[in-house]
Write a protein that binds this ligand. Structure first.
Ligand SMILES: [Zn+2]
Length: 123
């Protein structure tokens, strides 16, 4: 038995998988810290790994939030464009005989437009 073999109790307890292998083995690095009564090396420090995972999740969440927000802005913009087209159609029709009815529809559409713009500004 040589001295180069680190006793199992002082080795990091994390399981590792070598590239190209499907079997895991115990990490060969020397343990430098204890976490919940188990030895770990700096690489497999559960708190460090958890901090990395949280940072990565925060990054992904921010990206997803940005995509959702952009989508909502696009939807709100499309709604405003549709309402503007609707208003314009009523405005054109207001030159006809049913102008009073069209005038009311223009008024209603303008109210909807105002709401849609407020909704967009709130995003
Ligand atoms: Zn390790």
């Amino acid at each position: 038995m040589t001295n180069s073999i680190i006793p199992a109790v002082t080795r990091c307890c994390a399981p590792v998988t070598d590239p190209g292998s499907w079997r895991s083995r115990q990490c060969s690095k020397r343990a430098t810290l204890m976490h919940e009564d188990k030895p770990y090396c700096g690489t497999h420090d559960p708190e460090r790994l958890n901090a990395l995972r949280v940072a990565r999740l925060t990054e992904v969440n921010a990206k997803v939030s940005a995509v959702i927000r952009n989508n909502l802005i696009r939807q709100a913009s499309d709604k405003i464009v549709a309402l503007a087209i609707k208003w314009s159609a009523h405005a054109d029709a207001a030159y006809g005989n049913d102008w009073q009815h069209e005038w009311e529809l223009m008024h209603d559409t303008l109210n909807d437009l105002e709401i849609a713009v407020k909704e967009l500004n709130a995003l």
